[in-house]
Design a protein. Structure first.
Length: 280
């Protein structure tokens, strides 16, 4: 899709399809009633099979693989990726293991390949790649992800935001942005399609709204990925983002939001429509 004559192209991307039924239905609500154009699928969670069936019923919602090495159980033996309970280590534990050489590259490759194959077996096209909690940017996971992307000619997320601004006074989010910038060094992404700009709706709650989103888009040009995490209410769930997901769903389904963004000179699309050459 060509964006010539426009200020830019916008991909509204929702992570975590398949995390749970509440998350899957929230993503589909944000697609059918809102502005979400793209999602990434988790292959090892309780809602995986139901999420795949739901996504197959909405082929206009572009799907990609959400590489997950920080939540739930691996699809392979992957001993160096597991904690003592047999599940993946949490994000902090996995980052430490990846950056101190305690994770086997073979385990990474086998697990990422198994997740790729499961998504394909469930009948979902894989048009782009990213990582749950951005794990695809660190250690051997980055190499494995970029190798797959080059092999299959698909896009990968490069989540670089300004270090300052919209932090809500949060030192944690500042440190997070530093780490993501370090993991997103441009040289590693040479030859791999990726959006030129990135905005994360899921940040400090202070000030997040439809007006905030329009203002952030207006500051950018080119192909912009907006990362969000919508979901329906899940009062009995343990999802740490469950309250924020409902708030984001409300933002993403704000009346006239799509028309307002288009009126600012942007066109909506997906990773494949903006970034990939037509395939024979």
């Amino acid at each position: 899709m060509n964006t010539s004559g426009r200020r830019g192209g916008v991909i509204i991307h929702a992570d975590d399809l398949g995390y749970s039924d509440a998350v899957t239905h929230g993503i589909l609500d944000a697609h059918t009633r809102g502005i979400v154009t793209s999602t990434a699928f988790m292959t090892n969670m309780p809602g995986t099979e139901a999420g795949a069936a739901a996504a197959r019923a909405h082929p206009d919602l572009e799907t990609g693989l959400h590489v997950n090495l920080t939540e739930g159980r691996p699809l392979t033996d992957a001993r160096t990726l597991r904690g003592k309970d047999g599940n993946f280590r949490d994000l902090n534990g996995q980052l430490i293991a990846l950056t101190t050489g305690r994770v086997s590259r073979g385990d990474i490759d086998r697990e990422v390949d198994a997740q790729w194959r499961r998504m394909a077996d469930l009948g979902l096209p894989i048009r782009h790649l990213n990582g749950h909690q951005h794990i695809h940017l660190f250690g051997g996971v980055l190499d494995a992800t970029l190798t797959l992307a080059r092999k299959h000619h698909i896009a990968v997320r490069r989540p670089v935001e300004p270090l300052w601004g919209d932090l809500g006074g949060s030192a944690v989010y500042f440190i997070r942005r530093v780490l993501l910038r370090w993991g997103s060094q441009r040289r590693a992404f040479d030859g791999v399609p990726h959006p030129e700009a990135f905005v994360e709706l899921t940040g400090p709650r202070k000030g997040r709204s439809a007006e905030w989103l329009k203002a952030r888009i207006a500051e950018r040009s080119g192909v912009i990925e907006i990362l969000c995490h919508p979901g329906r209410e899940d009062a009995g769930g343990t999802d740490p983002l469950r309250t924020r997901r409902v708030e984001e769903l409300e933002i993403l389904t704000t009346p006239n939001l799509k028309a307002d963004i288009e009126g600012m000179g942007y066109v909506f699309g997906t990773h494949s429509s903006f970034l990939l050459d037509p395939r024979p």
